[in-house]
Design a protein. Structure first.
Length: 131
């Protein structure tokens, strides 16, 4: 299955714009392919205003976010791989979604040992999946 992340980014973006909030994108610049103005990078991260009135040609697909924006009066094309996006949130209230680091994998799901007994002794109740 494809990642949920790009779909969530697009949905939160639309929700923020519909509620008249300024969508901000927090991007890690440690990933290959990130093209942003280097002079605005702080501690390997950059926060970008992606409001419709702040950017042109905004495109968010399943792999990339791209747009053009002005920095100190100079137009620049920005390219951000989805993997580099750490958060999308509203400037005014910090409402939005923050994503876990891509480098860290989720902890393994431990499954309880199977109950080998066939008797119906008084133990813990269990649920059975019926298809």
């Amino acid at each position: 299955m494809t990642s949920q992340k790009p779909y969530l980014i697009r949905a939160i973006y639309e929700w923020l714009v519909d509620n008249n909030l300024t969508p901000y994108l927090l991007v890690s610049t440690a990933f290959d392919g990130v093209q942003v103005p280097e002079e605005y990078i702080n501690d390997g991260k950059i926060v970008l205003n992606i409001a419709p009135d702040a950017v042109n040609n905004f495109l968010a697909d399943n792999d990339w976010i791209s747009f053009s924006a002005r920095f100190s009066g100079k137009s620049m094309e920005l390219f951000i791989p989805i993997i580099a996006v750490q958060a999308i949130y509203g400037k005014e209230n910090n409402e939005g979604m923050f994503f876990p680091d891509e480098d860290s994998s989720p902890p393994p799901i431990s499954t309880p040992p199977e109950d080998k007994s066939t008797s119906s002794s008084k133990g813990k109740p269990s649920l059975t999946l019926v298809k």
